[in-house]
Design a protein around this ligand. Structure first.
Ligand SMILES: NC(=O)c1ccc[n+]([C@@H]2O[C@H](COP(=O)([O-])OP(=O)(O)OC[C@H]3O[C@@H](n4cnc5c(N)ncnc54)[C@H](OP(=O)(O)O)[C@@H]3O)[C@@H](O)[C@H]2O)c1
Length: 229
């Protein structure tokens, strides 16, 4: 049985990963900004939920004080930022940059002493870094930053393994499910597999990155070959 912490586990891919691991018998803690809501969601499948706001890194140590040993750490939290450089919204940009780059790093810093040589970490980026769309200014920047973060953590924390997953458009995730079918259909035609990645595909990839003892400092794209479409 592994001890698993999923940061940003109340929704979407993080939630599906937490549910899968709890179903496998692991001890799972998931986080969201509202601790009561996170715990209510987690209890549905035998996990525990707690409050953590990645946008307030100075509060992370206190928020995670009751977390014990961590075998597998998944950093999936995100806030959406539709930002064009021509209409740059500095506050929105600062929120996402803080959340993913400083927030993810501070979670790792806080938990280092609770990890061990066989622990593993997965950071969530995304393919907007390779195939940006109008409004992706901050998202693309931050996703590219995840690569640097992964590399430096893999060196600094060795032998703890640190990998990153970069989903393309995940068609059944809450964010994309809310989009018009026409948008999704166009994206499907641009994807060599003829289908969009699913949350189950990404969960499977994250699980692989955490379990395989020789996969380290790898950026795994889960996008059906979208960049070639
Ligand atoms: N969906 C896609 O197609 C796609 C594509 C590329 C990359 N990704 C990446 O995959 C990951 C999961 O995406 P998703 O679409 O499944 O996510 P989602 O459904 O939007 O869920 C986001 C999660 O982040 C948490 N969160 C939001 N603001 C937070 C904050 N300030 N501090 C801590 N947690 C916060 C939310 O919890 P609360 O609201 O409870 O706080 C929620 O659990 C993200 O990192 C995203 O960038 C997704």
């Amino acid at each position: 049985m592994s001890s698993v912490l999923v940061v940003g586990g109340t929704s979407g891919i993080g939630l599906e990963f937490a549910r899968m691991r709890a179903g496998r018998g692991d001890e799972v803690v998931l986080t969201g900004r509202d601790g009561h809501r996170a715990d209510t969601i987690a209890k549905e499948f035998g996990a525990r939920g707690t409050a953590l706001d990645l946008g307030r890194p100075g509060e992370t140590a206190a928020a995670l004080a009751d977390i014990g040993r961590v075998d597998h750490l998944v950093l999936a939290g995100v806030s959406r930022d539709d930002n064009k450089v021509t209409e740059y919204d500095i506050d929105a940009a600062l929120r996402l940059v803080t959340l993913k780059l400083v927030g993810y790093t501070e979670v790792v810093h806080t938990l280092t002493s609770r990890m061990h040589d066989d622990s593993a970490i997965v950071l969530f980026g995304g393919q907007a870094k390779e195939r940006p769309y109008p409004g992706a200014t901050t998202v693309a920047t931050v996703n590219a930053g995840v690569r640097g973060l992964m590399n430096t953590l893999a060196v600094e924390l060795a032998p703890i393994r640190v990998n990153a997953v970069h989903p393309g458009v995940v068609g059944d995730s809450p964010y994309w499910q809310a989009k018009p079918e026409k948008v999704l259909a166009t994206l499907r035609t641009e994807t060599p597999t003829g289908r969009l990645a699913t949350m189950a595909d990404v969960v499977d990839a994250v699980d692989f990155l955490l379990r395989n003892g020789s996969v380290n400092a790898v950026e795994l794209s889960v996008d059906g070959g979208w960049l070639l479409g």
